[in-house]
Write a protein that binds this ligand. Structure first.
Ligand SMILES: C[S@@+](CC[C@H](N)C(=O)[O-])C[C@H]1O[C@@H](n2cnc3c(N)ncnc32)[C@H](O)[C@@H]1O
Length: 250
């Protein structure tokens, strides 16, 4: 595609979630700050020779990044935001795929329907921003674990950060961020416990960098004030919440 104006027109026709750099000076206008999230997810910079599965890929930012980092095969999967009940479509993925001249493969499949029989097994599995959308979070983690040979990367909403014992918070209706597709947020001990029970030998919190500091009440206090200012919910709710990324190794 040579003509920048024509490309811009096509980009503007899409309702983007991800902010994907397509060309110098042209980033898709997604609501997601994808470059920031990339830092938080700690995707390995060298994926040479690895196979990567992206569960809930949407516009494919992380799939395309895995390809850029050298993965020999990347499979992007989604359903909810491609042709399911979500507001998204697969148009963004298709356009970015074309412009980036990508070899990323794609499969339209619901996260909970993924099995080793229908997608195969992968060295690295990305499960980013998906866990809290699932009514059965342990079942969802089992799906991801069953197709993962080496490293499972999870990015998720977390709650109950003040509790050291494993716990998980349920959000009725749209009480988390006014979104009725948000159901569950685990705390760190619950994540570690579930991933250990699913056969991972080592679980690391990779974001935030100093998780123990994140549990400290002054940090949670300031974060809750930010949450109120950003209208993410009442103070008493956001004080124990946050986003975290985990790397789980076989
Ligand atoms: C917040 S987006 C995250 C997209 C991408 N993985 C990322 O981290 O930027 C949530 C993704 O989960 C997928 N998903 C799977 N099951 C879902 C469900 N039951 N409800 C909402 N989203 C769901 C959506 O299609 C979407 O791609």
């Amino acid at each position: 595609m040579g003509d920048n104006d024509e490309l811009l027109g096509r980009v503007n026709d899409v309702n983007w979630f991800h902010s994907i750099p397509l060309r110098d000076g042209l980033v898709t206008p997604g609501q997601d700050n994808s470059m920031d999230k990339l830092g938080q997810v700690c995707l390995p910079e060298d994926l040479t020779g690895k196979t990567v599965l992206d569960i809930g890929a949407w516009d494919g930012f992380f799939s395309f990044q895995a390809e850029k980092n050298g993965a020999k095969r990347v499979l992007a999967t989604d359903h909810f935001s491609w042709s399911g009940p979500g507001w998204g479509t697969k148009d963004g993925f298709n356009l970015a795929h074309e412009v980036l001249n990508s070899k990323v493969e794609s499969m339209e499949i619901d996260a909970m329907a993924i099995t080793p029989e229908n997608v195969g097994k992968f060295d690295v599995v990305l499960f980013l921003g998906v866990l809290y959308h699932l009514q059965d979070p342990m079942g969802g983690l089992r799906v991801a674990a069953d197709v993962c040979d080496e490293l499972l990367i999870i990015e998720t909403h977390v709650d109950d950060l003040h509790r050291w014992k494993p716990s998980m918070v349920y959000f009725p209706g749209d009480s988390l961020n006014n979104d009725d597709t948000n159901y569950w947020a685990p705390n760190v001990a619950a994540m570690r416990g579930m991933l250990k029970d699913l056969g991972f030998s080592r679980v690391e919190v990779v974001y935030p960098k100093r998780p123990w500091l994140r549990y400290a009440w002054p940090v949670r206090f300031l974060s809750a004030i930010k949450g109120v200012l950003e209208r993410r919910g009442p103070f008493r709710q956001t004080i124990n919440q946050g986003r975290m990324s985990f790397h789980a190794y076989r």
